[in-house]
Every structure is written in C-alpha cells, then in structure tokens.
Design a protein around this ligand. Structure first.
Ligand SMILES: Cc1cc2nc3c(=O)[nH]c(=O)nc-3n(C[C@H](O)[C@H](O)[C@H](O)COP(=O)(O)OP(=O)(O)OC[C@H]3O[C@@H](n4cnc5c(N)ncnc54)[C@H](O)[C@@H]3O)c2cc1C
Length: 454
C-alpha cells in the first residue's frame, strides 16, 4: 500500500487521513500547530464545549489508527525548515494539502498598520489560545468596529459583549458593505447577542438606508422576516448595554491613528446598492463619514497562505481548470508548466477558503481522499520513507516535532495543570510551554504512554 503525506490536521486533513488509512494506505501527517484540530480547536467559539469535545474525540480516533502518523509543530513552507521540495525527498506516493486558509485578506486602506487594527482570524486565534497569537497584543477599547456581517462577526461581537474577561466594550459597530437583507449570519448564532442590539438605533439605521433599498426593489419590512429574525421573535426586547449597532452600506476607506499610534478614526464611504448578476452588489460613492473608534477588526473572509509554496494565483492555490472532470478542482495545477502537479491535491479551506462549516470541510476531505485513492490505484508503487525515517531526518535537522504519544503526554500535563488550578479544563497557549510539559511528563512518567491521543 502507498504512503500519503497529509499537510494540515484540521477537520479536512484528519478526515481525509482517516479515509486513506481505512483504505490501508500509510498516512503521515505534518501539522503547523502542536495540537491537531485546526479551526475546530482554535476557531470555533470557546464555549461551544460540546461540539469541541465531540470533534476532539473524533480526531483522537483518527490518530489512534496504527497506520496514521503525526508530526505536529512542523510547518511546511518555502521559508520553513520543511519545504514541499524537502517532503518530496521522502518520496511519498501523493501529498494532500489541508492547510486551510491562513492568509489575511487585507483591506488595503491607508493607515491599516495602526495599532488596534486586527484581522478576524488572528483575533479568533488569540481568544482561542493558539500560539503565538495567544501571547500577542490584541487589546480592544471602548468603541470597536467590526467589518463584515457573517458568523465570524457574530462570534467576535459575542466575545466582546459577553465573554471577554476585560469587558471594555461600550459600543460594537458592525460596518457592512451592503444592506440589512444581505446579512449572512445564522439566526441561531445571533440569538446569543440579540439582546445587545440597540433597537432604536437599528430602526433609525433602517430608515437611513430605506431609499437605497427601495431603489433595488427591497422592502425594509422584510428585515425581521429574512435576516434579523430577533426583531420578530423578541419584539418587546429592551436593549441592554453595551450597545450593538449597525452601519449598513458603508465601506472602509481610511484609518487615522491618534497620537499613540492606535486607530482613532475610521472613514467609511456611503454605498448604493445595485442589482448585478441576480444578486445585490454595493457601489461606493464619493460621500464619506468618520466613525470614532479605538479598535477595528475585519471579518471579511480568509485567503490562502502563499508561503506554503503551492502554485499561487489570484484565487489562491491554483487547481486544474478542467471543468468537466470532478477531481480537477482537487488537483494542484502549475500554471508555469500548464500541467497538473502530479500527485498533489488540496482539500477543505485550502481548496475553497472560508467555505462552510466543519461538516463541509469533512466531506471535502473525504471526497479529496477518494480522488487520491483513485490516483494511487493508477500509478506504479514506489518505495517511500517510513515514519521512523522521517522522524530521524527531522531530528537531524534539529526540528522538535510532536508525535502521537507526545500528544497523550501533553493531555496528561494539561489535566494535571487543570487539577492544580481547580478548573475543569486547561489549555496551554504557548508552544515552548507545551514542548517543555511534554518533556517533563516524559522524564517523570512511570505510566505507559499509548500511541493515541487521550
Ligand atoms: C471564527 C470561526 C468560527 C467557526 N465556527 C464554527 C462552528 O461553530 N461550527 C462549525 O461547524 N464550523 C465553524 N467554523 C468553520 C470550521 O472551523 C471550518 O469549516 C474548518 O475548520 C475548516 O477545516 P480545514 O481543515 O479545511 O482548515 P483548518 O481548520 O484551518 O485546518 C488547517 C490545519 O492546517 C495546519 N496548517 C496551516 N498551515 C500549515 C502549514 N504551512 N504546514 C503544516 N500545517 C499547516 C493548521 O495548523 C491546521 O491544523 C468556524 C470558522 C471560523 C474561522
């Protein structure tokens, strides 16, 4: 059976690994983070315990398969100690990239480098305790603008309104390019924060943009039925503080820092709505206004990370453009040579950034794995390096990787720490701390360590 390298241990990579391992292939996973899980561990909202615990258990089952091997704390990239070319030297039969969408979509605004301006992904990684973000400065102030109107915006507003231990926020201003009927969040998620919505300010805002909605055939009466269902479900709700407000049909155009270098003003342009290809688009006008804010978080979706070293184009990683072939969009394509990069595949958010929830990423990983399995059945077998060979090669390069048994030790150390702090669960948020906890457990442990994640 063939050896497949899976790069990235989020839901897409892990479920792809499971499918390939159950087809009796040898699967070797390389993951940037110490722990597996990707955004399921470090993106999903911290208090969604049931979902996180359930996913952790499923991931542990994948890693428990004897023909799945794990090298955590090993980023693969053109500027890393392990590059795609160095992986090729181990002669895998195929490589499946499931690295997610780690790049940041910049707004390209003047002043974007001001303090207090963050990308949503970095901010989410911070409050979910992913190293190194967990120990970086993501301080927020009293007036926070969140750009975007999807579920990630709702998560961030929820954190600032409800769970942020600093409780600094007085007003969260959601800035959206389009109108209230283009809101993209799920009502189930908005239910967590609807009581903060400043109802009076919201009605005023609807009236402010009403003419622009009417111009494209929209009716503000539809808002409580179609997007802000809380207005119909909880008509008597009294708004509580801090305030949650919306600025519809506004696009950020400039950031002005104050004397301390922190964002002090966000200039936004007024937009009009236009009908374009059966959907509603925003068109920027010359008219601008200034919003006084001390923090801005842009939640406008993610993009691929070019530094991984896969062929990269305008849409991110380049895949086979052949429209008639269902496997084409999973195959990496090298535009320089106008051919498929033989045996290299992408799945999950590495294939389509910000596309769907964990279930979609799982399905995509499994579909991609099926294409890989088909590819493997069509090629000549080759002699690949074993997991032990790779472990030796990484050690020789001085790379401190984390194995499956190390993950068990880490889980044990976190349990011990939780116990000593008198809390139910503890999650280390620093790579050096995790590596040293593993070392410490190894040196003191008399219990046998299973090859699985507990
Ligand atoms: C803020 C937020 C909240 C969400 N909440 C929910 C929710 O409540 N419910 C839900 O179902 N879905 C939720 N999702 C969506 C869900 O997290 C994604 O659908 C899913 O995680 C995508 O899986 P993936 O494996 O493609 O990518 P990821 O989960 O991003 O995993 C990528 C993996 O690749 C690794 N990696 C990255 N770069 C490299 C590299 N260079 N070398 C090696 N490894 C690398 C990372 O360490 C990571 O382990 C949320 C997403 C976000 C952003």
């Amino acid at each position: 059976m063939a050896t497949v390298f899976v790069v990235g241990a989020g839901p897409a990579g892990l479920f792809a690994a499971q499918k390939l391992a159950l087809a009796e292939h040898e699967v070797i996973i390389f993951n940037r983070d110490v722990k597996p899980g990707g955004l399921a561990e470090y993106g999903i909202y911290p208090v969604k315990d049931k979902m996180k615990v359930g996913l952790r258990k499923q991931f542990a089952k994948v890693l428990a398969l004897p023909n799945v091997h794990y090298f955590g704390h090993v980023p693969v990239g053109a500027n890393s100690a392990v590059s795609i070319d160095s992986l090729r030297e181990f002669k895998p039969a195929a490589m499946l990239f499931a690295v997610g969408a780690q790049g940041t979509k910049k707004l390209g605004l003047p002043g974007e480098g001001a303090l207090g301006v963050y990308s949503a992904k970095d901010f989410v990684y911070y409050y979910n305790q992913l190293p190194p973000f967990a120990s970086q400065d993501f301080s927020t102030g009293k007036r926070v603008a969140i750009i975007g109107m999807g579920n990630v915006m709702v998560d961030i507003a929820r954190w600032l309104l409800l769970d942020d231990p600093a409780h600094n926020a007085e007003e969260i201003i959601v800035v959206a390019r389009r109108g209230p009927l283009e809101a993209k969040f799920d009502d189930k998620e908005f239910e967590h924060i609807h009581m903060y919505l400043d109802r009076k300010a919201f009605q005023d805002e609807l009236l402010r943009v009403q003419d622009r909605m009417t111009a494209v055939g929209q009716d503000i009466a539809k808002v409580p039925e179609e997007t802000f269902l809380c207005l119909a479900k909880h008509p008597e709700q009294q708004s509580i503080g801090p305030r949650l407000t919306f600025r519809f049909m506004n696009s950020p155009v400039a950031i002005t820092p104050g004397p301390d270098g922190r964002i002090a003003r966000l200039t936004v342009a007024e937009n009009i709505l236009v009908n374009r290809n059966d959907s509603i688009a925003a068109k920027v006008t010359e008219q601008t206004i200034d919003l006084e804010v001390d923090t801005m978080i842009f939640a406008i979706g993610d993009m691929h990370d070019a530094s991984v070293g896969l062929p990269f184009g305008k849409e991110g990683y380049v895949t086979n453009p052949e429209p008639a072939d269902p496997k084409a969009s999973y195959e990496v394509f090298d535009p320089a040579f106008r051919r498929v990069s033989e045996g290299i595949f992408v799945v999950g958010w590495a294939r389509k950034p910000s596309e769907g929830l964990v279930g979609i990423a799982r399905h995509d990983g499994e579909v991609g794995a099926a294409h890989v399995a088909q590819y493997l059945s069509d090629i000549q077998p080759r002699q690949s390096a074993s997991a032990d060979d790779i472990a030796r090669a990484l050690k020789a390069k001085g790379i401190q990787f984390v194995s499956k048994s190390d993950l068990s030790l880490l889980a044990r150390a976190e349990e011990r720490e939780a116990h000593s702090r008198g809390v139910a669960y503890c999650k280390f948020s620093d790579d050096a701390v995790m590596l040293s906890a593993i070392k410490q457990e190894k040196s003191t442990s008399t219990e046998p360590v299973s090859e699985t994640v507990s």
